[in-house]
Design a protein around this ligand. Structure first.
Ligand code: SF4
Length: 370
């Protein structure tokens, strides 16, 4: 059964009812369990759970330490292109905006990657808009094969592909796919993705499954916080991650927490998500999915990012530029969104160390850390 089929059986009103009717005793009963069912997870998203958030945070911290130790893996995004055939209402790369458009050549991508390599990054995330005639499969294969000898991990945050296309890119040396559904609520999805290939909700939601079947063993999903109502979005995101973990048990399933940020699109969040909401969602997910990797980008501010480290974060980006050519400052292309944490890599690693954690650049470094 695909996740799309599972989603069709979900009664969102019922989920909402469970979340809204929970009391502190229900939440504590779920917290006391060794293994949570989906309904337990829903209770952790409730208002009652928010009132005892310190108890959630304590359990989230314990589970993270148990499964991941005191390490934070650092990665950096490399933007290949800001050209796009979609008109996502919230994005600075939307086709409808009169921005300067840039697609790096494979050679320019190598030069950008060299900057990141020299800084110490070994995990890299290739990002692009959806412009298939510019960011084609042969183009991506060339970029990946140019980089894969140097970088331990190459993940893709690009547009959804067919399974055989994913297979080609996996063979070229990529190992991870980041694909956010953006919003699970189909009505809002249609509203904010009015035209272009991304308007196809069904195709997007099946993307992680196509990538996993093609061999990708790091799959990172997320919902763009600020589009849908956060509790319902968190519920469906948790269900999606649990489905992927169960169906593709060899895959490292990861969850990201992107929150809407100002961009050239001047889009206002439809359902704003507060810091407290985000902390609750993160703790609830950690308790529900103790072994899932959690990823936090520079969308969030430095102090907030530092405070989230002990609660479940396992990977962070640092010193990110969100425009193609941003590291060499060779183009004046617009950013996809405003970065909030503008600290240097050295400052981020110092902050991680100060929290009692070890910043690492390669997965296997973890094996040497007690
Ligand atoms: S979010 Fe992605 S698909 Fe949508 S406009 Fe921006 S780059 Fe294009």
């Amino acid at each position: 059964m695909t996740f799309r089929e599972i989603l069709q059986t979900v009664d969102v009103d019922r989920l909402r009812g469970i979340i809204n009717q929970a009391d502190a005793a229900d939440v504590r009963a779920s917290l006391a369990k060794k293994r949570l069912q989906f309904e337990d997870y829903l209770l952790l998203l409730s208002r009652a759970a928010s009132e005892i958030i310190e108890e959630l945070a304590l359990k989230a911290r314990e589970l993270t330490l148990h499964h991941f130790g005191r390490t934070i893996l650092l990665y950096a995004p490399l933007y290949l292109s800001n050209e796009c055939d979609n008109q996502c209402a919230y994005c600075g790369f939307s086709q409808r905006l009169p921005e300067k458009r840039v697609t790096l050549s494979p050679e320019e991508a190598v030069l950008e990657a060299e900057v990141l390599y020299r800084k110490g990054f070994r995990h890299i995330l290739l990002v692009s808009g959806e412009k298939r005639d510019k960011v084609s499969i042969p183009y991506l294969k060339k970029v990946i094969s140019n980089l894969h000898r140097k970088f331990e991990s190459i993940a893709l945050e690009i547009f959804p592909l067919e399974e055989d296309e994913y297979r080609e890119l996996f063979s070229a040396g990529a190992d991870g796919v980041t694909i956010y559904q953006e919003v699970y609520d189909p009505k809002i999805y249609r509203q904010v993705h009015p035209v272009g290939p991304k308007a196809n909700y069904e195709y997007r939601i099946l993307t992680p499954e196509r990538a996993a079947r093609a061999g990708f063993y790091k799959i990172n999903i997320g919902t763009l916080l600020g589009l849908g109502e956060w509790k319902e979005e968190a519920a469906l995101l948790g269900l999606h991650a649990a489905y992927l973990k169960k169906t593709f048990w060899k895959v490292q399933v990861m969850v990201s927490f992107p929150r809407l940020k100002p961009s050239g699109a001047h889009f206002q969040p439809l359902h704003p998500v507060t810091d407290r909401n985000l902390v609750q969602m993160l703790c609830a997910l950690r308790i529900f999915l103790p072994t899932a990797g959690f990823v936090l980008s520079t969308r969030e501010g430095s102090e907030f990012r530092d405070n989230l480290i002990p609660l479940g974060i396992t990977q962070m980006s640092a010193e990110s530029k969100t425009s193609p050519g941003g590291y060499l400052k060779k183009s004046r292309a617009e950013e996809q969104f405003e970065v909030s944490d503008t600290r240097s890599l050295e400052e981020v690693t110092a902050a991680i160390t100060q929290k009692g954690y070890e910043p690492v650049y390669k997965d296997w470094d973890k094996g040497f850390i007690s």
